[in-house]
Design a protein around this ligand. Sequence first.
Ligand SMILES: NC(=O)C1=CN([C@@H]2O[C@H](COP(=O)(O)OP(=O)(O)OC[C@H]3O[C@@H](n4cnc5c(N)ncnc54)[C@H](O)[C@@H]3O)[C@@H](O)[C@H]2O)[C@@H](O)CC1
Ligand SMILES: Nc1ncnc2c1ncn2[C@@H]1O[C@H](COP(=O)(O)OP(=O)(O)O)[C@@H](O)[C@H]1O
Ligand SMILES: [K+]
Length: 459
Amino acid sequence: MLRAHAVEQVRAAEAELLARLPEGALMQRAAAGLAYAVLDFLGSAYGRRVLLLVGSGDNGGDALYAGATLARRGVQVEAWLLSSSAHEGGVAALRGAGGRIGRPAPGAFDVVVDGIVGIGGRPGLRPDAVAALAHVAGTPVVAVDTPSGVDVDTGEISGPHVSADVTVTFGTHKVCHLVDPAAQACGAIHLVDIGLTLPEPPVEALQAADVAALLPRPSLDAQKYARGVVGVRAGSATYTGAALLSVSGAACGLAGMVRYDGAPEAAAMVRAAHPEVVGPGRVQAWVVGSGSDDGAEDALRRSVADGVPLVVDADALAHAGLARGRPAVLTPHAGELARMLGVERADVEARWLDHARLAARQYDAVVLLKGRHTVIARPDGHARVTTAGTPWLATAGAGDVLGGLIGALLAAGLTPYDAASVGSWLHGAAATLAARRGPIVASDVARSLPALLGALATP
Ligand SMILES: NC(=O)C1=CN([C@@H]2O[C@H](COP(=O)(O)OP(=O)(O)OC[C@H]3O[C@@H](n4cnc5c(N)ncnc54)[C@H](O)[C@@H]3O)[C@@H](O)[C@H]2O)[C@@H](O)CC1
Ligand SMILES: Nc1ncnc2c1ncn2[C@@H]1O[C@H](COP(=O)(O)OP(=O)(O)O)[C@@H](O)[C@H]1O
Ligand SMILES: [K+]
């Protein structure tokens, strides 16, 4: 599991470790990891030029000590101090190693190291930092701990900030490394272990091994009903495609049977494409709403009355109050969540985590907020972020496949939180797999699920 901790938790863990280590040892660990990550990025040392942008705190200290290591390897290192004070030991170390301090000399740099602020920074950048960044615009950036200017604990961005190619972070991930829009400003993330012992994190991200461990597998004496039956109430006479796509996600093989209950026109198409799908009856989970049109409310009422776990998607989200307090996964995109909460779409996109948590609390259900980094929130505030995926997945009908897939996982017995986060990871990974062959449409995602599941389920 990839864990993202809050600044306060990192500070407490750091204090505990600092008390047991010689003075400066922790910063040396961080700086060594940073220096090697920069060397990796450069590919060679001798004759390369690196500019350090240095703020007043320990983030700048990390950059300066790493700069000293790079200078000893033959890199030409210059440090531009952006505050009236800078980490004294770091400045002395860089000078001692032959680095230069002051405004940068003319000419291009191979890399800029952003040591302006880290976990101690307030969101936004001061004008001098903005001007310094403009001076080196176009040069690759390695950020120290976090891209300066982003809000570390929320992933929100409220002013100027650094956009990095690589972010080298220490001890654990922070929330801004996972949650958009800040996560987009991090580039590739490189974690350096500095030995911190940390508590449960507020945000986490499933990795392939976590998904494999949670994946339902048939027991030796498996029987189709015991594996779980998933029911789909999606599509309508107008939107037959949504029925097909939702069923294609549900028919991923993770549940023992798929039932379809919908308009006769859609049912005929479902039967033709998926002969194994049967008609209405008892289920262990319902998937409701994709392309349901004005039948969504009635479909959701009947599904709620069955008392089984639910996936509430698309048209049914307008009636999500009916599922309040039930074991359910609500699957809005930003526009749908905005309508559910009575706010603007731009508000949701500026504060993903906050809005997903708010909706989970308000609807007393798991809320899966779809986007580049999908956020899955529980009513108690715990959240997971899906980082598996590809921008090719932004294609019509992809959400219908996801709903069906989550329904199959619910029917197989996963909790709503696990079903939502495992389903979302599988959806992103299947899309990534399919996109290796070229651009994809939603049905390609469903088609590439068996190959993905085969690779995950095999020890
Ligand atoms: N906490 C830890 O576990 C560790 C921290 N280390 C480093 O220490 C950093 C945290 O250091 P600090 O607590 O000194 O804090 P920072 O260096 O992140 O920033 C705080 C300083 O920047 C100024 N500042 C705040 N917001 C600003 C803004 N928007 N623009 C310009 N200046 C601003 C403040 O006045 C303060 O002096 C971490 O990000 C990491 O790089 C590492 O050395 C190792 C371990
Ligand atoms: N830029 C992106 N990168 C990766 N995945 C994305 C991106 N944009 C959207 N997605 C994913 O694509 C899917 C789109 O679903 P949705 O918005 O419901 O579309 P539709 O209603 O057409 O099915 C979601 O799973 C979402 O997380
Ligand atoms: K930084």
